[in-house]
Ligand binder design. Structure first.
Ligand code: MN
Length: 429
């Protein structure tokens, strides 16, 4: 069995509340289409975070439909396996699943309830994709430990798999041994699980959620190789389709996975994604701009040299920027349409002034991204010595779990919901 594994597409993403990334996604899908044509995989697996937001607009949904139908046109026998991530609305993503099935596209949005294992066999079918070459156990984003549920599906496949066909499983979560470079903003709030919770019986675990491509248990240096061989039972993050910050200096790839048989070694070939836009830090000489004018000049220099893409400015703490600084930046950029894109979050360098070490100060952009109350509390913890962080964290987890349970009960009862945000809003990647 051969699969193409990708994840974290974040279709419809708007960076810095300003810039649409549609052309970057088109550029990515042109490459993916070529790989589907060239490698003729049995399945294309997208391990969650298809859309960037819960309710993507009509244009974004149209893009999704048009693009995926086109991929399948260049590889007509290919199955599409698309699961929901924490950014996706599980029920919305799954709404048209029946229609998609007509072209062998399997969209799995809703997670199995932890109590479903008590039900009669059959519920597992919802999470199993059967192909002539093998099986895919497709799980969307799930919170908490679902080991029993996962194992039940894998055992169900095992009982049927007398021909020893390869078994792939998908998941959208953070495993505790993963390298989270590029997620620095979220560190401390990503709930992690251990590989043991993923059960046994799969040959390849196709993961999403962490944006850095990596095989669990292998060094990041291995990513420099084009093809590697791994034993059965290997877990791998495909990495995101696009890079999303200056911190992601590593290459992004799509994984081509070849699985000869259940229990046998498999190979992963890393297909390097060409990026339409890159991320830069200005001034380009690696120093910090010593004044607002110097910062603006570094942008002009970058632009005059033909520089294009996203950038952040490096400025020392002691420089005071004028109140309309962002406006001045946008004015410089006007001539370049949206080819040069400004991240207004300044990279402050040097020694922070005393007031900033005593009290956590947030920039507006940072606060807007901060949708987990726990993160805010952690960052301001010094101001509240009377609270125990661990107790607060536990309390938040309990509330979250309770909300999730209530939400799941609603789904089981068949009630429609106004919106299904609960766990989805707590994690960023
Ligand atoms: Mn995610």
């Amino acid at each position: 069995m051969r699969i193409l594994h990708t994840a974290d597409l974040h279709l419809g993403q708007i960076l810095y509340q300003n810039y649409s990334r549609t052309d970057e996604h088109e550029h990515f899908f042109r490459q993916l289409e070529e790989w589907c044509r060239q490698y003729q995989p049995d399945a294309l697996v997208v391990s969650g975070d298809v859309f960037d937001i819960q309710q993507p607009g009509a244009a974004v949904k149209e893009f999704f439909t048009r693009t995926f139908v086109k991929l399948r046109d260049v590889c007509t026998d290919m199955h599409l396996v698309v699961t929901a991530g924490n950014h996706d609305s599980a029920t919305r993503l799954e709404a048209e699943a029946a229609l998609w099935k007509c072209i062998n596209a399997h969209i799995i949005g809703t997670a199995p309830s932890p109590t479903v294992v008590a039900a009669a066999d059959g519920w597992q079918e919802h999470y199993i994709v059967r192909m002539p070459a093998g099986y895919i156990a497709a799980f969307p984003y799930m919170t908490g430990n679902r080991r029993e549920v996962i194992q039940s599906v894998l055992d169900y496949i095992g009982r049927e798999n007398s021909n020893n066909k390869p078994v792939v499983m998908t998941g959208h979560l953070a495993l505790n041994s993963a390298d989270v470079t590029g997620h620095n903003f979220e560190i401390g709030k990503i709930a992690t699980q251990s590989i043991e919770d993923m059960g046994s019986g799969f040959d390849y675990l196709a993961l999403g959620h962490i944006h850095r491509p990596q095989t669990l248990g292998y060094s990041i240096e291995d990513e420099n190789q084009t093809t590697s061989s791994y034993p059965s039972g290997t877990a791998r993050y495909a990495g995101s389709a696009l890079h999303v910050s200056c911190d992601e200096k590593y290459p992004h790839t799509v994984s081509l996975v070849d699985l000869p048989a259940h229990g046998a070694d498999l190979t992963v070939t890393r297909l390097r994604i060409d990026e339409l836009r890159h991320f830069y830090e200005l001034p380009e000489n690696g120093k910090s701009a010593e004044s607002a004018e110097e910062a603006l000049q570094s942008i002009r220099t970058f632009a005059d040299k033909g520089g294009r893409g996203y950038f952040r400015l490096r400025i020392p703490y002691h420089v005071t920027l004028p109140a309309d600084f962002d406006q001045q930046v946008y004015q410089v950029l006007e001539a370049y349409k949206e080819e040069i894109r400004y991240n207004p979050k300044i990279l402050w360098t040097g020694t922070p002034p005393a007031t900033q070490t005593e009290t956590a100060i947030f920039e507006v952009a940072e606060l807007q991204e901060m949708n987990d109350p726990m993160l805010f509390i952690e960052k301001t913890a010094e101001q509240y010595p009377e609270f125990s962080l661990d107790e607060l964290r536990t309390a938040f987890e309990e509330v979250k779990e309770e909300i999730r349970r209530m939400d799941e009960e609603e789904v089981l009862k068949g009630h429609s919901k106004k919106n299904n945000t609960n766990e989805e809003v707590t994690e960023q990647p």
